[in-house]
Design a protein around this ligand. Structure first.
Ligand code: GTP
Length: 609
């Protein structure tokens, strides 16, 4: 393929605006997948992606499409030239904006999909700027025009006023009915430039993504920027200096399709005997082993915004959990993992995630794909503490912070984000109240059109990790949209809040909170815990404390619990069933000291503060 017959593009959109459906239609239209192949949203491969209807991991597919570019003076050609189009799917959730920018690095243009009824939303803005800053050609696609509430003209006006996009450039489509779809690929070919690059230069490839396949080992997605790579070639990594031999090479069409070669401008896969995805650093430059090349601009490394401890619900399952986490991180290098020990929960792991959804998805995959039951502790953000001897430490686990340190804490910092919120004008008041309750600082406030307001806030990351999005949705009847990017650290007055059960601090329940909120949070936490911990055969006291000072206390009185009492004179199978059931129920319990704590109690802790 000649370079000018190749186009690399992505579809970017606010969540649910129809990106995956549009991708499917394009794959069908080009015969890459069969129409009605029975699996909607081909590119959404993971089970969690299907269940939750969100795209988590970006996938790529190559399509072939014949198109005659008009006005080039060769209209008499009976057979229009065939183009090779690489569609790079991007995730649609704010947690994964890192993967969006990664996908964009291999593209020269994007389809910016906007729902014709909902109009421009927070992630439309965020994604637009990602593409704009990378100098990509932006093709606006106003989708879902079949909806009764669709108002494409209003969306065109928004695109003009927000992004200075020419309304006449917008394509109107319905990925559902198929209306307007025939204009999409011609627009991709005519408006998006072919990839730059030089086929006679030494090979340079960008490593876009990698995953581990049970049978084939590590599979790398790459974009060939310059030069050519063939099966059997030896190549090296700039990041690790390691050399590999290409065992298999080809395109995703949409399954792995061997071609023996990848040319300049192509996007495809290589399999080369890498043992772990840790060797395949996303953003790395790969080159022929004997040539020296200028590394390609890499990506910002993924930044971990949320940390949580993961422990086996049953202590003896540690090895099972260890194995599951190892396998899963093979496919999701954006999770950081280190071993940790909790006096309450035993041996486990401290994991860092891109955001709350990312954490949830990881948790769900551990259970679904590996069948391990996990207790996860209250998520925390990475704080920085400075001590009187001048040392500074990043605290990823509140338990690691001594309650009464020999060293005095002299200052603390917390991470902040810049949040973009778009909402119908009538909801502005409650949103401002919410943001100030969450210690936000307003940076910008304007209107997209007569009905929609746009705000930018600096907010402490901690305040949005804790249920911010749900709250925002509920006060705006679901009409607000939200996106954020990480920003700098700011100084804050933070304290460690300990939870004590029967006088013993439970390290896995410690949190770091803002001093002004500590009293209220402490009170709410013990009240919640009281509701979630079952009465047991002895009295349980629950306390919240800052250092040696107890700020809240509740007591659960003793009770004798005997499941068998119910089947007096009973039938033995029923008895067995009941015992089984109780065992089931226990799975998600964790015995701390002598108190059984259900996973729900940990989940509830998150919702306070
Ligand atoms: P993420 O993968 O989570 O980013 O979402 P997405 O942007 O890919 O949206 P998706 O394709 O999953 O579509 C969201 C919903 O909108 C689905 O229920 C689709 O069936 C529906 N949808 C997509 N396109 C159209 C359209 O043109 N018209 C109508 N009426 N519904 C559509």
């Amino acid at each position: 393929y000649l370079l000018d017959r190749i186009r690399n593009f992505s579809i970017i959109a606010h969540v649910d605006h129809g990106k995956s459906t549009l991708a499917d239609r394009l794959l069908e239209l080009t015969g890459t997948i069969k129409r009605g192949h029975g699996q909607p949203q081909y590119l959404d491969k993971l089970q969690v992606e299907r269940e939750r209807g969100i795209t988590v991991k970006a996938q790529t597919a190559t399509m072939f499409y014949s198109h005659q570019i008009h006005g080039l003076g060769n209209n008499d050609v009976s057979e229009p030239p065939k183009f090779l189009l690489n569609l790079i799917d991007t995730p649609g959730h704010v947690d994964f904006s890192y993967e969006v920018s990664r996908s964009l690095a291999a593209c020269q243009g994007v389809l910016l999909v906007v729902d014709a009824a909902q109009g421009v939303q927070a992630q439309t803005v965020a994604n637009f700027y990602l593409a704009f800053e990378s100098n990509l050609t932006i093709i606006p696609v106003i989708n879902k025009i079949d909806q009764p509430t669709a108002d494409p003209d209003r969306v065109k006006a928004q695109l003009k006023s927000m992004f200075d996009l020419d309304p006449s450039d917008a394509l109107l489509t319905s990925a559902k009915t198929g209306q307007g779809l025939e204009q999409v690929l011609p627009a991709v070919i005519e408006r998006i430039p072919p990839p730059p690059g030089d086929s006679s230069s030494p090979l340079r490839m960008l490593l876009l993504d990698s995953y581990y396949d049970e049978y084939r080992g590590v599979i790398c997605h790459v974009a060939v920027v310059d030069g050519v790579l063939r099966k059997g070639d030896k190549f090296s990594s700039v990041a690790t200096g390691q050399t590999y031999e290409v065992g298999d090479i080809g395109i995703m069409h949409p399954e792995l399709t061997p071609t023996g070669i990848l040319l300049t401008g192509q996007v495809g896969y290589i399999i080369s005997g890498m043992r772990s995805t840790k060797e395949a650093r996303v953003g790395d430059t790969l080159h022929h082993n004997r040539s020296i090349v200028q590394p390609l601009p890499g990506f910002k490394p993924a930044k971990h915004m949320v940390f949580s401890g993961l422990y086996p619900a049953d202590g003896s399952d540690f090895e099972v959990l260890n194995h599951a986490i190892e396998r899963l991180t093979c496919n999701d290098a954006s999770v950081s993992v280190s071993k940790e020990t909790s006096s309450a929960l035993g041996m486990g792991f401290r994991c860092g995630f891109l955001g709350l959804l990312h954490m949830d998805v990881f948790h769900q995959r551990l259970e679904q794909e590996y069948g391990v039951h996990v207790i996860s502790t209250v998520p925390t953000v990475p704080y920085i503490f400075e001590y009187s001897d001048g040392s500074k430490v990043e605290v990823q686990n509140p338990a690691a912070l001594p309650s009464q340190s020999k060293q005095r804490v002299t200052a603390c910092w917390e991470p902040t984000v810049i949040a973009t919120i778009i909402m119908p004008s009538e909801h502005v008041g409650p949103v401002i109240t919410l943001c100030s309750e969450r210690r936000g600082q307003q940076l910008e406030y304007s209107f997209i059109d007569s009905q929609r307001a746009f705000m930018k806030y600096r907010l402490p990351l901690r305040e949005i990790v804790v249920d911010f999005y749900n709250e925002l949705k509920s006060i705006t009847s679901g009409y607000a949209s939200f996106d954020y990017e990480d920003s700098e650290y700011q100084q804050a007055d933070l304290v460690k809040l300990d939870i004590l059960l029967n006088g013993q601090p439970v390290d896995a329940m410690a949190t770091i909170v803002h001093n002004l909120k500590a009293q209220r949070v402490g009170r709410e936490l013990v009240e919640k815990l009281k509701n979630f911990i079952d009465r047991q055969m002895f009295e349980i006291t629950i306390q919240a404390a800052i250092g040696a000072k107890v700020i809240a206390r509740e007591t659960i009185s003793a009770m004798r619990k005997n499941v068998l009492a119910k089947c007096y004179g009973g039938d033995i199978t029923r008895k067995r069933k009941l015992l089984e059931k109780q065992k089931e129920g226990k799975k998600r319990m964790k015995r701390v000291g002598s108190v059984d704590i259900p996973q729900e109690a940990f989940n509830e802790l998150l919702k306070v503060s």
